[in-house]
Structures are given as C-alpha cells and as structure tokens.
Design a protein around this ligand. Sequence first.
Ligand code: ADP
Ligand code: MG
Length: 230
Amino acid sequence: MLNVSSLSASYGAINAVRGVDLQVSAGSLCVLLGANGAGKSTTLRSIAGLHRPIGGSVKLNDQEISRLSLHRVVKSGLAFVPEGRMVVAPLTVEENLKLSHFSGRSEPSLLDKVYTLFPRLADRRRQLAGLMSGGEQQMLAIGRALMTKPQMLVLDEPSMGLAPAIVDLVFQSIVELHKEGQSILLVEQNAAIALSVCDYGYVMKRGQIVIEGTASVLKENPEVLEAYMS
Ligand SMILES: Nc1ncnc2c1ncn2[C@@H]1O[C@H](COP(=O)(O)OP(=O)(O)O)[C@@H](O)[C@H]1O
Ligand SMILES: [Mg+2]
C-alpha cells in the first residue's frame, strides 16, 4: 500500500532524512519510533506532500505521490495529521470536520462515522475548536483527516502533550480504526504504548532507519528497551 524507498530530505545543509525505506501494508498499524530530532516528522511531512524530498520515492498503491501538491496527495488517498494538531480555532468542531469537503472525497455519512468513533466530538459539535482541550483537539484533527476517507492515515505524535488518561483514549480510537481495517502510519515517542498496539515498527536515528521488526520483536530488543522504553 505505502512504499517509501531511499527517501532523503534536507533543510539547506541539514540532511534530516537519509535514505529511508519503509512499508505499510494494507490494514496494518505501523509505528516510526525515535528520539527528538531523529527525522520522524520530516519523514512524515515528505510522505504527505508538505516537504519536498531531495531523493527517493513515496508510492501509494503504485502511484508516486512524493512530488504532488498537498491537495493531490489527499485526493490520492493519504491523510496527514501533523504534530500540534492544527485545528482551526475560530471554527466550530463541525465546521472543522466539514472543511474536508473541499478535498472532494468527503461524504455526509462520514460525519456520523467520526461522531461514533469520537462521542466527545458529537457532544461538542457546536463548540469552538480553539476552546477544546488538547485531547479533544487531537480527536478533532484525526476526525478531520478521516473525513477525506483516506486509504492511509498518517499521524505525527498524537499523544504529544496529553495527560496519560487522554493518551489512552486517543490510542483506543486508533486501535478501533485499525480493527475496522484502516491502514495507519504513526510517529510516537511513547514506545511502550505504540508497541502495545502496533503490528510493525521502525526505529529512526539521525535520519536513518536503524532497527525494524514486528512489534513483539521490537519490544524485546535491548536497544529499544534501553533507549525508548525507560
Ligand atoms: N524547519 C526546519 N528548519 C531547519 N531544520 C529543521 C527544521 N525542522 C526540523 N529540522 C531539523 O531536522 C532534524 C529532524 O527534525 P524532525 O524531523 O522534526 O525530527 P523528529 O520529528 O524526529 O523530532 C533535526 O535536526 C531538526 O533540528
Ligand atoms: Mg517530530
């Protein structure tokens, strides 16, 4: 489904991503782990059309998407929830969700689906997004991505800055989506929670993938345990 090969991306002289290979097969929940500054966000942003890579390819179902505009990437079936969520503060929850209509893939029934997955959003549909808690804004950002009916959902650190109970809630919905067959690529600093729900994981260090394997194997890897689970 998603096939990233030899992806490289830079900021001027800084080579933030150097020859990254990763695959997410249909229906799988995959995590990209790594310390702060490892290049995880740059990898996701390059996959999602927000940062133009300097080399390599990103294919979604055999379509090359790495050099498409953001709009075309969404149309091709990939939705990205960036770090920091980026909901539109002065609009209501429902207006935020309906923004995705402009992508051309949205359907009214999707709104019901999002409200079923996130009952808190249904309760707050007329509330201004900017007045919601961090966890609710994260749910809204994920909900807005789902409104484009993505084949591949890409999430950058959905747990960032959230209280543990809220992190659990957000991860429950990710697990729910996975159960429904949604393909998901997730960046997460919390390796313990990510590896408890994912099928497969990659570990990134200084711009490169240094370890990969099934979640059950990664959970036992001494280097992963020491660096990311302590
Ligand atoms: N806009 C930017 N301009 C210059 N350097 C950047 C920018 N964004 C990230 N970097 C650098 O690229 C590297 C990778 O960053 P990033 O992809 O955000 O890592 P991560 O998401 O794993 O924390 C870091 O060294 C970071 O300082
Ligand atoms: Mg990041």
